[in-house]
Design a protein around this ligand. Structure first.
Ligand SMILES: Cc1cc2nc3c(=O)[nH]c(=O)nc-3n(C[C@H](O)[C@H](O)[C@H](O)COP(=O)(O)OP(=O)(O)OC[C@H]3O[C@@H](n4cnc5c(N)ncnc54)[C@H](O)[C@@H]3O)c2cc1C
Length: 371
């Protein structure tokens, strides 16, 4: 199943010819009764596993079963930061292997991951932070992973919006910088692996929830019950992120995992202003700017276990307070709504009620739909 290749020339040609000759990126097959291997979960990990199984291990009779749509879990919701500046030898080895895969991934999959090595800076706000972060820098360098210590002025030179004034609640006392770190387009991870796996014969089956796992008397797995019927397979890989414990319980295996929602938010798109990724573990806020212009901001987790994918206003409010202290020029983006507990007059008409009454949605040719 040869896929159309993407190149500057093919984009130009198809653009000029009205975008009429694009192929479907991956098939929408019906589930077969039997596969050699099944992967539960169509996120980046499940799709990546299916691709490498097919590409490197020659197992091609594979299905990826996804209860919703591919990339609709954490893969399509994260803050897209890629880095390998981890402390322990094992972690550095794993994450740096991954970072090196990223460097070639767009070419290998012939899919633009929008991978951008713009640098990841981790801030130190206390003496303890300085000690911990410098330890990371030294450990990383011993492991051949790039990382360097920056004084506050050097950190500001690398990221001009950073506030290094001494009188803020969490003053910046220095930072570690991994220049090879950066961001990528998160959906493209799912789409790129899906397209490449599909080309190798992998069946990607969306809207197919695994509801049970059958095991033989000797314990060996036999197949999975799904919302689209029973499917036989001697091997089942579970890659369902926070739901992995739920799925594994179907096989009678209790994983020692607890799932907490991790929160994130984006601003409206603004002009390019933010050149890198900045993270602060102390205040648990991190920020970068997407290619589309939104400020992409990561927050902390909810305090309680849950499987929801909903935001929590209190976490986002706390995170924005920290972000606005570190980058005061962003206050105007969020300030009005937070300060007044009401939207700006320009935004005010775009209420949630419009999805009930149709106002501003059913206006012909209106861009308001996109809001
Ligand atoms: C807010 C946030 C910010 C993050 N930021 C970063 C970051 O900056 N950098 C980084 O590296 N990581 C980040 N992460 C973590 C990263 O997103 C995840 O580690 C990664 O996406 C997990 O991929 P996955 O394929 O394992 O899981 P997912 O993408 O969650 O895929 C699992 C899939 O399994 C499916 N599934 C579940 N149950 C079933 C079932 N019974 N049957 C069939 N399908 C099922 C789900 O629908 C889902 O699509 C962040 C996560 C969050 C939530």
């Amino acid at each position: 199943m040869r896929k159309q290749s993407f190149s500057a020339l093919s984009l130009l040609w198809r653009g000029l010819s009205g975008h009429r000759s694009w192929q479907q990126q991956w098939r929408k097959p019906e589930p077969k009764p039997q596969y050699d291997a099944i992967i539960v979960g169509g996120g980046g990990h499940g799709l990546g596993a299916a691709y490498y199984l097919a590409q490197e291990h020659g197992i091609r009779n594979i299905a990826v079963l996804e209860k919703g749509w591919i990339g609709g879990g954490n893969t399509g919701r994260n803050t897209t930061v890629i880095r390998s500046n981890y402390l322990f030898n094992e972690s550095a080895a794993l994450y740096d292997h991954s970072l090196k895969l990223w460097e070639d991934l767009s070419g290998v999959l012939n899919y633009n991951m929008m991978f951008s090595q713009r640098g990841v800076m981790m801030l130190a706000h206390t003496l303890h932070d300085i000690q911990v972060i410098k330890r990371h820098v030294h450990a990383n360098r011993c492991n051949g992973v790039d990382n360097e210590w920056l004084e506050p002025e050097q950190a500001k030179a690398f990221c001009p919006p950073l506030n290094i004034a001494g009188d803020i609640r969490y003053p910046v006392l220095g930072a570690a910088l991994q220049r090879r770190g950066g961001t990528a387009r998160h959906d493209a991870v799912a789409w790129g692996y899906a397209r490449a796996a599909d080309a190798l014969g992998v069946d990607i089956i969306e809207n197919c929830e695994v509801t049970g796992i059958r095991r033989a008397a000797n314990g060996a797995v036999e197949g999975v019950e799904t919302s689209r019927g029973y499917i036989q397979a001697p091997k089942v890989g579970v890659s369902a992120a926070g739901h992995s414990s739920v799925v594994m319980r179907m096989a009678g295996v209790h994983l020692p995992l607890e799932s907490f929602p991790l929160q994130a938010l984006v601003s409206e798109p603004i002009k390019p202003i933010f050149p890198c990724v900045v993270m602060s573990n102390t205040i648990h806020a991190y920020i970068s700017q997407s290619d589309k212009g939104e400020l992409v901001i990561g927050a902390g987790t909810d305090a309680y276990t849950s499987y929801t994918q909903r935001g929590g206003l209190h976490i986002n409010t706390h995170t924005l307070e920290a972000i606005c202290e570190l980058f005061p020029q962003f206050r105007h983006l969020f300030a009005w709504t937070i300060a007044r507990d009401e939207p700006h007059p320009i935004n005010a008409p775009f209420t949630i009620e419009r999805f009930r009454d149709g106002y501003l949605i059913d206006e012909a040719a209106a861009a308001a739909v996109a809001h």
